[in-house]
Write a protein that binds this ligand. Structure first.
Ligand SMILES: [Ca+2]
Ligand SMILES: [Ca+2]
Length: 250
């Protein structure tokens, strides 16, 4: 009779599989970050060292880290730090997301990042890291906050306006003309038209290079009054120059 043997084998297999299930790894891995350290400052053009160690009681599987301008909110269903893979709102600002395989019970990582000189001003960055083991347990999310600063540009930009003051009519479009320049490189120009009730028009444009010919077309407000156009130009060092134009709407 082969049947009892078969039943015995089946029972053995079932008990083996349930045995295996009870031995499943439910302990999350840990992450220790040695660099960057909390509150550190790095200058653009410098090389930053990224160093961390992963540990797990059974088997590591993966590590994900993201490093970028921390003023950018993460998008996605969990729009906060708890989802490290969510993209930041402004992908044009420097950002990195890296997923690496991990093996064994301990793994050390060391890598270097040449900080781009295109970053401007003083930028709060953060480094966020999370590890996963082979059973899918996730470590606590680790976050390090640090600053990147650009002090390579000591000279503020210049603005020369060729239209000042401006007279226009309600419902018309007027134009702000002039030039903006910087010894190192321009970064942004911002126009803001304000009246007695506050801002009535506002626009920002990203700039590159040393010179920009200003020719900004602006819809005149409906209400006849005197307004002030404020033009702010920033350079790659975060230096700022402000000019104003009186706009009379007749
Ligand atoms: Ca584990
Ligand atoms: Ca400059």
């Amino acid at each position: 009779m082969g049947c009892p043997k078969f039943v015995f084998l089946l029972v053995t297999l079932l008990s083996l599989s349930s045995c295996y299930r009870y031995n499943v790894d439910d302990t999350a891995p840990t992450v220790r970050i040695d660099s960057p350290f909390e509150g550190a400052s790095y200058r653009v053009g410098d090389t930053m060292r990224i160093e961390y160690r992963l540990s797990d009681d059974v088997e590591l599987a993966e590590v994900v880290f993201r490093m970028h301008n921390n003023t950018q909110v993460h998008l996605g269903p969990d729009a906060n730090i708890h989802d490290v893979t969510d993209i930041p709102t402004n992908v044009f600002i420097w950002d990195t997301l890296m997923t690496l395989n991990a093996f064994g019970t301990q793994s050390d990582y060391e890598m270097y990042w040449a900080i781009p000189t295109s970053l401007t001003g003083i930028i709060p960055f953060h480094f966020v890291i999370e590890a996963m083991d082979a059973s899918g347990n996730r470590s606590e999310l680790q976050e390090i906050n640090f600053n990147i600063f650009n002090d390579l540009d000591p000279n503020a930009p210049e603005i020369v306006l060729t239209t000042n003051p401006i007279t226009t009519f309600s419902g018309n479009t007027f134009v702000v003309l002039g030039d903006a320049s910087d010894q190192e490189a321009l970064n942004m120009i911002h126009f803001e038209l304000t009246g007695s009730d506050g801002t009535v028009f506002e626009i920002s444009r990203n700039l590159e290079g040393n010179d920009y010919s200003i020719a900004e077309f602006v819809p005149a407000p409906d209400v006849e009054a005197e307004y002030l156009m404020t033009i702010t130009v920033t350079d790659i060092g975060g230096n700022e120059t402000v000019e104003t134009v009186v706009v009379n709407v007749l």
